[in-house]
Write a protein that binds this ligand. Structure first.
Ligand code: C5P
Length: 396
């Protein structure tokens, strides 16, 4: 979402300025054209040379820079930008923004901007909690400025509390979310993710290699696209994305109950979880002892969550995933019809499960559409864009 975006990164005076160096590196890596502007105080914490080397561009530090043809960097820099991000934003700089002060290049260009402004506050916890700062933050929100963070934790001064600037990775994710078109605004999504765990006895289970990464990537991107997301997580070892309602349901039966309890009012249901097809008829309460020969487990077929949701009288827009080791497109197409799904995502089982990237083919009534192999977050963006357009065209 950020490739070729132009961002002015403003750095003000604070110890968190060191995190801005990593942020520039990540932004450049994500394809962002970064123009760094530093206040005089910021130059006390980190040098313009560092930021120039990382951004690949000269850094602006004052009003009177002659390298801009018309001599008006405060106008030119914001006219070329898709957004201005101030990170770190000191308490003093926030106060300046509130009052529309324009006594250095960064404050002047913020006042003269015609693009969105995002600020990542960084300060001591008492400074953050001070009613003056809180009044300023409320005013900035009222003025349409996006506040990112701050985080809580140990501070450079040794105190512990709210006021730490978000980490560079978090700021990158926030900026990415900011630039993501809100294609799913107002929509409710229910997503199942991960493997299920069917207990044989208290210490043994039947499971599979699904990591939950694809489902979690879809949940994260759906939030970025403006949706309200309920995530039903099976067995995974990864952290759920922020701002989703996460419900843990590790067995196929628990997942079935959790989905059915939450399905009313959902606009879209995506079954990404690798749900066990069979589960032990009974779970032994005691650890099963080794026998001399073989062990026979009696399994029963689990309920098909996706097929049952798609067969509800008024179903949400249902999307399935098909993981196969051979004849992928054929099997996936058959599943789409059998489960009554408008869309199914086919992926090759062995290369998809557990990996950070995926190669998928979208199959709907118009045929197949293969996407290139890409990181799961990028694949999620393309899948959700397709879902949004199919869902909207069905409503109209
Ligand atoms: O039939 P198969 O298991 O290959 O179908 C895969 C799709 O169906 C996935 O979207 C999966 O989440 C869903 N599914 C389900 N409940 C099951 C089995 C599969 O929701 N019991």
């Amino acid at each position: 979402m950020m490739t070729n975006k132009k961002v002015v990164l403003g750095i003000t005076g604070g110890i968190a300025a060191y995190k801005a160096a990593e942020l520039v590196r990540l932004l450049v890596k994500a394809g962002v054209d970064v123009q760094v502007v530093m206040t005089e105080a910021a130059c006390q914490f980190i040098t313009p040379v560092t930021m120039q080397a990382l951004s690949g561009k000269p850094v602006f530090t004052g009003m009177w820079d002659s390298s801009i043809a018309n001599g008006m960097p405060h106008i030119e820099l914001s006219r070329q930008a898709d957004a201005i991000l101030i990170a770190p934003a000191s308490a003093d700089f926030l106060a300046k923004l509130v009052h529309g002060r324009a006594d250095d290049l960064l404050s002047t260009l913020c006042l003269a901007r015609d693009c969105p402004l995002l600020v990542a506050p960084a300060m001591n916890k008492q400074m953050w909690e001070n009613p003056a700062t809180q009044r300023n933050i409320a005013q900035l929100i009222d003025d349409g400025i996006t506040i990112l963070g701050p985080d809580s934790g140990e501070q450079a001064c040794g105190e512990i509390g709210l006021g730490r600037m978000l980490e560079a990775e978090q700021l990158l994710a926030e900026l990415n979310a900011f630039f993501t078109p809100k294609l799913l605004s107002g929509k409710r999504l229910l997503i199942t993710a991960g493997a299920t765990l069917e207990m044989i006895d208290p210490v043994r289970a039947i499971t599979n290699l699904s990591s939950g990464k694809m489902g979690y990537a879809l949940a994260k991107v759906a939030v970025d696209m403006g949706a309200t997301v309920t995530l039903i997580s099976g067995a995974t070892s990864i952290n759920p994305p922020p701002n989703v309602f996460n419900i843990i349901a590790t067995s196929a039966d628990n997942m079935y109950q959790a989905v059915m309890k939450n399905i009313a009012m959902q606009d879209i249901f995506i079954g990404v979880a690798a749900v066990a097809d069979y589960a032990p008829i009974e779970t032994s309460t005691k650890k099963i002892k080794k026998s001399e020969h073989s062990l026979t487990l009696h399994l029963t077929k689990t309920k098909d969550i996706l097929a049952d949701v798609a067969s509800l009288p008024n179903p949400p827009f249902c999307v399935g995933f098909a993981a196969e080791s051979e004849d992928l497109i054929e099997y996936a197409s058959q599943k789409r019809i059998a489960k009554k799904l408008p869309l199914i995502i086919a992926n090759e089982a062995i290369s998809a499960l557990g990996n950070d990237d995926n190669q998928v083919t979208l199959i709907d009534e118009n045929g197949t559409h293969a996407l290139s192999r890409a990181p799961k977050t990028e694949v999620a963006q393309l899948i959700l864009t397709h879902i949004a357009s199919m869902h909207i065209s069905r409503l109209s």
